[in-house]
Design a protein around this ligand. Structure first.
Ligand SMILES: [Zn+2]
Length: 380
């Protein structure tokens, strides 16, 4: 209100939250950390790509005296940022995300023991650290319910716990001003790319400052909304996929290879916004098979556009899953997945125009229809 400048909120690495407690005043509260992971996991199993929404918590410190996970608390309770100088003892996490991803709760439940998972990827990942309050008596006591959660504790139990981190994590505020011309940047609350309408540029916060994003748009006669996609040029090893002719072979497209198609560069197209897993995958595959050839015009689109909520790094993680979805026949293709490596070389954010239908956003040229409800509801 005072300075009239919008800000981006940047956590140091990830957001940290704390749950409120009801411990008696004066009692020392021990805040035990849990990693919370939310996202969709795609798995390539047999001749199918399956998906599963994952929202799980897991101890960030290995200890048999504290509950292994938070149960449903992360979803059911109000999470608050941790104010500086919060009294209590905060345990530093000793397990990394990698450690917990291999923990039981995070394993795919979509494959049975006899089925082989050829590849998996995560999309829409949100990682945070949640501190749950306890206090220590003869047993570990949950400070939300005032109920003991452990058996009797060994002598010098407190010494077995890892070092305590002081709660001095602050959220960094970055003024949303265009680094190039000083104009106010605009963006939806959840957007990760901000735009300058004055100098027609796009920016994203990287490591505490705003970095330019190469941006362009495609145009046709009637654009009611522009949807953002990452167009990514990548080195693919393990199978030939550098030209449009390679794609025709890989996807077994019902087309006769034309002269010159081996000179047309293959580029990945990945959604820059979140969508339900099934729609996300089918739209990615459709865009990759379409391979729009128009060169984007530079700058932000000249009409309303949907916010970019998926980073290019996340998009790169999903390329192999999209590739798996393009392979035909699937039976012979999936076996090659473990040998395929995709290295992203360069990218551009491309806004693609869609027309408004009654219930769908349409791109007749690409044969694409996206349910309007899906766009407004799935973004979070
Ligand atoms: Zn500007």
């Amino acid at each position: 209100m005072y300075c009239r400048v919008k800000s981006c909120l940047l956590p140091k690495g990830f957001f940290r939250y704390v749950l409120p407690h009801v411990a008696a005043p004066g009692r020392e509260v021990v805040f035990f950390p849990y990693w919370r992971y939310r996202g969709t996991r795609f798995s390539c199993i047999e001749n199918d790509i399956r998906h599963q929404f994952v929202d799980v918590t897991h101890q960030a410190v290995e200890s048999p005296y504290f509950p292994a996970s938070m149960g449903l608390r992360a979803q059911a309770m109000r999470l608050a940022f941790i104010p500086p100088h919060t009294p209590g003892r905060f345990l530093a996490p000793t397990l990394s995300l990698k450690d917990i991803l291999i923990a039981q709760e995070f394993r795919s439940k979509t494959a049975t023991a006899s089925q082989r998972e050829y590849h998996h990827s995560h999309v829409g990942e949100v990682l945070s650290l949640i501190y749950s309050p306890f206090y220590i008596e003869a047993k570990v006591v949950d400070a939300i319910l005032n109920r003991s959660v452990s058996g009797p504790l060994p002598d010098s139990f407190m010494n077995t716990l890892p070092k305590f981190d002081p709660p001095d994590w602050r959220i960094q505020f970055l003024s949303a001003l265009c680094p190039s011309c000083g104009w106010d940047l605009s963006g939806e609350r959840n957007a990760i790319v901000l735009t300058c309408t004055n100098c027609n540029s796009a920016w994203q916060p990287v490591g505490g400052s705003l970095k330019p994003v190469p941006v362009g748009f495609l145009l046709n006669d009637s654009a009611d909304i522009f949807l953002p996609f990452w167009r990514i040029k990548a080195d693919v090893s393990g199978i030939p996929l550098s030209s449009y002719a390679d794609l025709v072979h890989l996807a077994n497209l019902p087309r006769v290879i034309q002269k010159g198609w081996d000179q047309v560069e293959f580029r990945f197209w990945s959604l820059a916004f979140k969508l339900s897993p099934k729609a996300f995958l089918s739209l990615s595959i459709r865009m990759n098979l379409t391979q729009p050839q128009e060169e984007p015009k530079l700058g932000n689109p000249p009409g309303p556009f949907y916010p970019t909520t998926l980073s290019v790094a996340e998009a790169v993680d999903t390329l192999k899953t999209s590739l798996a979805g393009m392979m035909k026949p699937v039976e012979t293709g999936f076996g090659k997945l473990p040998q395929i490596y995709i290295k992203a070389l360069r990218f551009v954010l491309v806004y693609v125009p869609f027309r408004s239908g009654q219930h769908e956003w349409l791109h007749p040229g690409y044969n694409i229809a996206i349910n309007k409800n899906m766009l407004s509801l799935t973004d979070h």
